[in-house]
Ligand binder design. Sequence first.
Ligand code: NAG
Ligand code: NAG
Ligand code: NAG
Ligand code: NAG
Ligand code: NAG
Length: 320
Amino acid sequence: MASLSFFKLALLTPLLLLVLASSTSSVAQLARLQPKIGCQTQCGDVKVDYPFGIGKRCGRSEHFQLLCKRNDRGRFKTFIRGNTLYDLEVSSISVSEGLARIKNPVSWLCYNRTDGSVTFDYSGANLIQTPFWVSNTRNIFIVIGSNAFAYISLNGTNSGYTAGCVAQKFSKESMVKSSCSGIGCCYATIPIRSKSYAMSFSLLDSNFSSSYSICGYAVLTEVNRFRFSTSYLTTPGSFEKDIVNLSVVLDWTIGNEKCELAQRNITSYACVSSHSTCVDYHGLGYRCSCLHGYGGNPYILHGCQIIKDIQRSVPVPLSK
Ligand SMILES: *[C@@H]1O[C@H](CO)[C@@H](O)[C@H](O)[C@H]1NC(C)=O
Ligand SMILES: *[C@@H]1O[C@H](CO)[C@@H](O)[C@H](O)[C@H]1NC(C)=O
Ligand SMILES: *[C@@H]1O[C@H](CO)[C@@H](O)[C@H](O)[C@H]1NC(C)=O
Ligand SMILES: *[C@@H]1O[C@H](CO)[C@@H](O)[C@H](O)[C@H]1NC(C)=O
Ligand SMILES: *[C@@H]1O[C@H](CO)[C@@H](O)[C@H](O)[C@H]1NC(C)=O
């Protein structure tokens, strides 16, 4: 199924690109920074729009090149080429919002009641040498467990900083309240300008005999999609089941300079669409945006089009 829809899209794309190519001929200098003919625009469920691309020469630069690989089940999956031990799987990319979502492996720690042993797996991501940043406004660090302390180190352990919290002891009496309020579940916000993260656990209490949860979990995830449920502490496996479709939100920048500097070089300046503008990203680079009332892709000529409704994301409380 996935491969069929990909071929359909691949057939449609050259037509669109031919239209684009003919309109760029008058501005030959910009033409080479536009999407190229014949590039794949879909990988599995993920739509890949310029400046991103699959395969050599398809993205704006090698930093925007994504990998499209078949997994064990024969389905196509999209990956960021991070300099990590594993490639980060992309679940979606938004060019208009300057976001990408990646699948986030859950960090966990479990206590074995039979032999007292502890097993764990800690996750993380490294986005150095990629255009991505961990969004501090859209993600939250969540810890679930009974007497579980977990923390997240951002930008490396030496030069970086750490956030964390304690999910306090959970009991039957405290079960009434099913929100992430500190008992059985806690959360911490993360700082701005992070390029990497790694998670870790500490055991506060090794007497699990009275505890509801014998596993603790920690995850960085999209704040307005997470809902806490007490079943995460009482039913083994229920958290892993629910979290499977949640993602970490990344911001991305198109260049490393500030707008003022980027605009001086007309060959490399990325905001090429009419009705587009340049937006500085926290002093770390710039990104492009369609002007108010326009939507679409500011990175391609005529990419910004008039829209009627502008979607807004509404944050929702951390409870079920
Ligand atoms: C717990 O430890 C026992 C004894 O070593 C082992 O047989 C069992 O598989 C372990 N349980 C889990 C869930 O790992
Ligand atoms: C994190 O690292 C990136 C790149 O290494 C750097 O640009 C950024 O300023 C760092 N963030 C903080 C808060 O130091
Ligand atoms: C563990 O907790 C149970 C129940 O609260 C208690 O009866 C037991 O004495 C505790 N064990 C240790 C070693 O503290
Ligand atoms: C996760 O997404 C898949 C595919 O969209 C869907 O079939 C599945 O029900 C979702 N799982 C949860 C727990 O939402
Ligand atoms: C403008 O950008 C192009 C493409 O990145 C680069 O080759 C060129 O050296 C830049 N020019 C100046 C004046 O920085």
